[in-house]
Design a protein around this ligand. Sequence first.
Ligand code: FES
Length: 156
Amino acid sequence: MEEDRAVDPVGRPIERRNFVRLLLGGIAVSTVAMVVTPFIGFLVPPRRTASTAGGGRLLVGTTDDIGVGRSKVVALGSKPVIVLNSPQGMKAFSAVCTHLGCIVGYTASQSPDIVSPCHNGHFSAINGTVLSGPPPLPLKPYPVAIEKNQIYVQDG
Ligand code: FES
């Protein structure tokens, strides 16, 4: 009775030594690929979504999603934007603090202002101007449109 032996792609038997070499070569190649792939992913930036890049419009959610006094940070292309439902209405501003770039937040039950948590910078929830703290510039506003109950932010 004939032994089961490994065969190459054309059906020839592979010697045990060659089979082990082939196996170790495959392991070496896959190990190098596992090490190199994350570095390539780090060096090559991801593609940006075309739907919001360059003057696009982003559907943020519904008015039920962001109740009065609450907010949501969304990605408008590559830019974080805070959409907040203040007592003065739905507003949107850059979510990047103009001091050192922390992401700002808004919860009316804690403060009537947009707050940068890093150094306690406060911005107006009405127009994004600086109210207190170290931020040197106001938050950039973005146009907001509500159609039926859907909230859209325009890249401007
Ligand atoms: S990063 Fe916002 S106050 Fe410093």
